[in-house]
Design a binder for this molecule. Structure first.
Ligand code: FDA
Length: 398
């Protein structure tokens, strides 16, 4: 049985539900299709179950893309305040956690329910779970072949996200459709992901697993440079925590990370200044600043005896120790991959899309929104803001 719609939105995640609701509320006849049996799993598990749904500081500077200017227009036309107005209208309690990050007080389910309600206001029809065999052209319209019959639509919006967390239904659908219609793809890569090290090289750090501390981390040069001051977490396989998730999106395999484990203290200078006045040994001094296990680990990794007194340590060695803490340079061997990545970098090339509407420049009526596109936010609510904003831009245009 063939059914006809103004708009078919494929992927009922953050961007897809937003787009369908906006288009439906404009009076368009909309169908929303998803292959998953559980709705919007990524929203559900996000922010530890409380969904960090936006960031009050969100702007183009918080996004990575081959064209950093592309996201400007879409972000400017749908701001964090716009999403917040919706949240307030639905009386969803929220709080700011850290650096502009807004979370639900209770549960991310509230965001899903809100988006469902917005779709109902737009009389959006649902087909879910529903597998899609292919998307093609049928005259001016698009034909979508599904296991529940054929769907004809004047416009198609692809909102199937990226490759992160395949076990909850991530697929390469958006990239396949883009390639089929001749659109270029920026090679996808895991982003916001823990970094790993060769198991032999990581052996000495195994006892540090579980330690967390505030660090400054940097990688790259000039334009491609990333720099964050956030918490770091030692794990059994490498490094994680917000500092590492953030920097992972900038890190290129084969290049080092530079970590400052005590960003607020110039270790060499402080130790040299204190040499005559402080009678303690190195182990005790470092234990005031760093978790004891880490302090001793660093001192021993640099072949010092933690029992040696500060006064008896030559300045040259104190400078080496300062470098080991204020500029620890390490080279990850890889990442935990899509299994653990919060997002996918790369995707449908922005040069292929209108920066106003998200429609393909080559194929009239074909749109890509959300994480499927080569626009990736930092950690902290930016990725959802992109999903709401790009979904709205397409929803207003279809
Ligand atoms: P999304 O992935 O949400 O939706 C895609 C939809 O398409 C899914 O419903 C999927 O089932 C469907 N689909 C896929 N392939 C299909 C196919 N072949 N056929 C039919 N349907 C198909 N961001 C943020 O801003 N704040 C946060 O707190 C978090 N937290 C977080 C935690 C974890 C664990 C992860 C993995 C990710 C986050 N994120 C986040 C990132 C955020 O979840 C992500 O960027 C958005 O969900 C992207 O929205 P989209 O709608 O583009 O894709």
């Amino acid at each position: 049985m063939q059914k006809q719609y103004d708009v078919a939105v494929i992927g009922a995640g953050a961007a897809g539900m937003t787009c369908a609701a906006v288009a439906g509320q404009r009076g368009k006849k909309v169908i929303l299709i998803d292959h998953a049996s559980k709705l919007a799993e990524k929203i559900r598990i996000s922010g530890g179950g409380r969904c960090n749904f936006t960031n009050t500081n969100a702007g183009p500077q918080n996004f990575l893309s081959q064209n950093p200017h592309f996201c400007k227009s879409v972000l400017a036309r749908y701001t964090p305040q716009d999403f917040l107005s919706l949240i307030k209208r639905y009386r969803i309690g929220y709080h700011e956690k850290h650096k502009g990050q807004l979370f639900c007080n209770d549960s991310s389910e509230q965001i899903i329910d809100m988006l469902k309600a917005e779709c109902s206001l737009g009389s959006v029809e649902w087909r879910m779970p529903c597998n899609i065999a292919g998307v093609g052209k049928s005259g001016e319209a698009f034909r979508i072949d599904t296991n529940a019959g054929e769907i004809l639509a004047s416009k198609v919006v692809i909102a199937t996200g990226g490759l992160s967390i395949p076990k909850i239904g991530a697929t390469d659908f958006a990239y396949r459709i883009a390639r089929q219609f001749g659109l270029r793809i920026i090679e996808p890569q895991p982003g916001l992901v823990p970094l790993t090290f060769d198991s032999a090289a990581w052996q000495p750090f195994l006892p540090l697993a579980g330690i967390a501390l505030l660090v400054e981390v940097k990688t790259g040069e000039k334009k491609a440079r990333g720099e964050f001051k956030e918490d770091l977490l030692f794990t059994h396989r490498g490094l994680s925590g917000p500092a590492i998730l953030q920097i992972s999106s900038f890190w290129k395999p084969g290049t080092p990370l530079r970590l400052n484990l005590l960003p607020d203290i110039d270790v060499a200078e402080t130790l040299i200044d204190d040499k005559t006045s402080v009678k303690k040994n190195l182990g005790n001094i470092f234990a005031q600043w760093l978790p004891t296990r880490l302090a001793h680990g660093i001192i021993e990794a640099n072949q010092f005896d933690p029992a040696i007194r500060l006064a008896d340590t030559p300045d040259r060695l104190l400078r080496n120790l300062g470098d080991a803490i204020n500029c620890w340079t390490i080279q990850p061997s890889g990442s935990e991959g899509y299994r653990k990545a919060e997002v996918t970098l790369g995707g449908v090339g922005t040069q292929e899309l209108s920066q106003q509407s998200m429609m393909s420049n080559q194929v009239a009526g074909l749109y890509f929104v959300g994480e499927a596109v080569d626009v990736t936010g930092w950690l902290g609510g930016y990725n959802f803001q992109w999903a709401w904003a790009s979904g709205t831009a397409a929803g207003l245009d279809v």
